[in-house]
Design a protein around this ligand. Structure first.
Ligand code: ADP
Length: 379
């Protein structure tokens, strides 16, 4: 049976984090009759003006406990939150989606890698480094990932040659075999408390090597049936092992030998699912609403080809944001602009994105490249 609580409309939904993911979730879910409460330290965050907003630190135990107490469900739009407080809320009978246990695993790269190993989910071989360089067995080249505190490519570095040993960070970290990457892919999988599971079509991510932030998404990915099969097995194995309702974005590498590896998983909405806003019969934000409210999951079918271009703050520009070229972009057909309500731009800051629909992959790439040449995020 579906949770009776859902049948009484007007759930109080609490979200830790007030960034763009929360904003687009609320934007989608406002077509239903619920109330959205957001906790974020920044009073100018993307959700501040579209929710019942509480200014406060989602890493602080007491603040999270106080915020969550009177909510019907508490969820996250960022994983770096106080998970002990979420566990206490669970003990007090508040629904927490995803649960505190899987959030704790994902928060720490070491626990996350061990989780993949224990559950036979293929992820690059690794070694744990807890301080001393002497004990390291892994051979150069390898990738070092800090156990905690990494985000958007920060806290990750490649050690390529013997000279790079001096750059090795001393903090606790995972040292991971370098994958010879053919493609970076992502699959979003959702599960509600009733145990219903649905995945989105696989997305391909094309990264900007300079900023280390992803640049284009293309959906559906151009992959073989065999690759799709490996991904289906991984998504299924992940969601069963995670033992939690939630929406998860599994970031994948397809290597040059055709094998798929899990890079990492986000226990939340994800940049790689943004094109689902117009590209799929239901978006990741709609699906997340279904998960949070334990409603029947939505269908995720793609309409043709869809893509997304991140609008990222340009190098050497800090201050009040201007979107150069926006008027030109708004003239284009099957092109959809999403801005995140951030007043100030900084180099590399994600300020918005543009979704595009097309009838073929070639047309899609052409449109994305054209839009990229038109738009600049400057101060
Ligand atoms: P973040 O969580 O900060 O986004 P990731 O773990 O996703 O960091 O790593 C950022 C990028 O570094 C990846 O998108 C990929 O291009 C590269 N990378 C990470 N791990 C590996 C690996 N084992 N082999 C090759 N490249 C990697």
């Amino acid at each position: 049976m579906y949770n009776q609580k859902k049948l009484s409309i007007n759930m109080k939904i609490g979200i830790l984090g007030g960034g763009q993911l929360g904003r687009m979730f609320i934007q989608e879910a406002l077509k239903y009759d619920d109330e959205f409460y957001v906790l974020d330290p920044n009073p100018e965050c993307s959700c501040a003006n579209i929710s019942h907003f509480t200014r406060g630190d989602f890493n602080d135990y007491d603040t999270v406990l106080e915020f969550g107490r009177d909510k019907d469900v508490v969820t996250i739009e960022i994983e770096h939150v106080n998970a002990d407080a979420l566990e206490e809320l669970e003990n007090q009978g508040v629904r927490v989606v995803p649960n505190s246990k899987i959030i704790k695993i994902i928060q720490q790269k070491i626990l996350q890698k061990q989780f993949y190993e224990e559950n036979r989910i293929p992820s690059p071989e690794f070694e744990i480094m807890d301080g001393s360089e002497d004990e390291i067995k892994i051979q150069i080249p390898f990738v070092q990932k800090l156990n905690t505190g990494g985000y958007d490519g920060k806290g990750v570095q490649l050690l390529r040659s013997n000279d790079d040993w001096r750059n090795l960070w001393t903090q606790e970290s995972v040292l991971e075999n370098l994958v010879d990457i053919d493609k970076e892919l992502s699959v979003i999988v959702a599960k509600n408390e009733n145990g219903e599971i649905k995945t989105f079509p696989v997305t391909e991510m094309v990264a900007d090597p300079k900023l280390n932030l992803l640049d284009f998404n293309i959906c559906p990915a151009d992959i073989s049936d065999e690759t799709q099969k490996q991904i289906d097995v991984i998504a299924n194995q992940f969601i069963r092992s995670a033992d939690s309702a939630g929406l998860f974005a599994i970031e994948l590498f397809l290597d040059k030998n055709g094998k798929v590896w899990v890079n990492e998983t986000a226990p939340r909405l994800h940049n790689s699912g943004h094109q689902s806003q117009e590209g799929n019969s239901n978006s990741q934000f709609e699906q997340f609403y279904r998960v949070v409210t334990n409603s029947p999951l939505a269908d995720t079918e793609v309409f043709g080809f869809s893509g997304m271009l991140n609008l990222v703050g340009e190098e050497n520009h800090s201050g009040k944001v201007k979107y150069q070229g926006l008027q030109e972009v708004l003239k284009l057909p099957k092109t959809y602009v999403h801005l995140y309500g951030k007043k100030e731009t900084k180099p590399g800051r994600k300020m918005g994105h543009i979704n595009v629909l097309a009838d073929s992959r070639e047309e899609l790439m052409e449109k994305l490249i054209h839009i990229k040449s038109l738009m600049r995020v400057i101060a």
